[in-house]
Design a protein around this ligand. Structure first.
Ligand code: ACO
Length: 323
């Protein structure tokens, strides 16, 4: 059988770092409140000339370099984003062009904060179906451009950035000890669409709009949805939280991550945390966290790594892989 094995990873963050204290002159908030409620201390904010496509391109170039590959080796690009450079064409096509790639196919997926998990799962399906050999999967966002900077309940929580991975087709015996994506599970329920959404769009207001969130409502559903879809991954493979080497969750809020890990019995020492210095970068948060933990030597070949995300829609999902 064919498995999708991780071949490279890369990250890109805007130059400008914005500390919590800077919000104190914009809205009625404090560093203490933000740290205590979310675990966020700082985030990167895109400046002039930095866009979702430029950040995604830089992350993709880093992933290609680390893998020792060029675009000639890639036959598909999937970009997970809710903050595209343009309504169309897809940011994936923009990045394809920036990379000088003029073959294969490129398209975006939009599942908000679950976008990377959706994109990686889609790439895995193409690879296992024999329709692609190597796929570049990018999560790239500039949420700062969707924020209402007068709304203290949302503007303090998000940041910008991009992460990328390359997965490739490898023959496998299908054992849980073999490298590659072992199982993936996606869920959504549009009944919750008004709890986290953007109040604009080309077909309604003709504007870009601003992010609106009922934070307490999102919080209330998050842990249950996350743990359900992780239990799906465990029952599909017969593995348990004891078997995990690393848990790399979507980085929305430290309290959600801690509560999910506790409910699943995952030790704190196995959890990769970046929300403190990245904030919530939506679809970029998981590939950014993977790139950080793999480049500093924490995640090593053969490690069992669990990814999970939950976001607007609601959408949620998990991917269990052997690095
Ligand atoms: N500074 C100071 N006070 C604030 C701020 C702020 N930045 N924001 C809200 N408050 C106030 C509220 O107005 C409220 O005041 P009130 O009691 O007088 O009405 C009080 O703080 C408590 O507000 P809550 O919303 O109950 O605070 P909570 O503990 O729930 O924390 C938070 C808010 C951080 C938004 C939390 O609910 C949360 O993280 N929710 C999940 C959000 C999330 O994860 N979203 C992303 C997931 S999906 C995606 O990634 C796109």
């Amino acid at each position: 059988m064919i498995r999708s094995v991780l071949r490279g990873f890369g990250a890109s963050l805007p130059k400008r770092i914005m500390k919590n204290r800077e919000f104190e002159s914009l809205v009625d908030t404090s560093d203490e409140w933000i740290v205590q409620r979310s675990g966020i201390e700082q985030r990167h904010i895109a400046g002039e000339g930095e866009t979702t496509a430029s950040l995604g391109e830089a992350a993709a170039r880093a992933a290609l370099e680390r893998a020792g590959l060029t675009v000639a080796d890639i036959d598909m690009i999937i970009v997970a984003t809710s903050t595209p450079d343009n309504t169309f064409p897809a940011t994936a096509v923009n990045i394809q062009n920036r990379l000088g790639m003029h073959h294969g196919s490129a398209f975006d997926v939009q599942a908000v904060c679950s976008g990377f998990v959706y994109g990686l799962t889609t790439a895995d399906c193409y690879i296992r179906a024999g329709m692609a050999r190597r796929v570049l999967v990018i999560g790239a966002e500039t949420f700062s451009r969707l924020l209402d900077w007068t709304d203290r309940t949302t503007c303090v929580l998000f940041g910008d950035g991009a992460g990328a991975v390359i997965i490739e087709a490898v023959e496998s015996e299908g054992l849980v000890s073999d490298r590659g994506i072992l199982t993936a599970h996606l869920r959504s329920d549009g009944a919750h669409c008004e709890k986290l959404y953007v109040d604009g769009g080309p077909s309604t207001t003709g504007t870009v709009g601003h992010l609106r969130m009922q934070g307490r409502e999102v919080f209330k559903h998050a842990v249950g949805m996350i743990t359900d879809v992780i239990e799906d991954a465990f029952s599909a493979t017969g593995l348990t939280s004891e078997d995990l080497t690393w848990f790399v969750p979507h980085q929305a809020n430290r309290r959600i991550i801690d509560a999910s890990a506790k409910k699943l019995g995952i030790a704190d020492s196995k959890v990769v945390i970046t929300v403190d210095h990245h904030g919530n970068t939506s679809a970029a948060s998981i590939p950014l966290a993977l790139a950080e933990a793999a480049s500093d030597g924490r995640i090593k070949q053969g490690d069992l790594v669990l990814l999970e995300a939950m976001g607007g829609g609601f959408t949620w999902g998990s991917v269990l892989l052997r690095w």
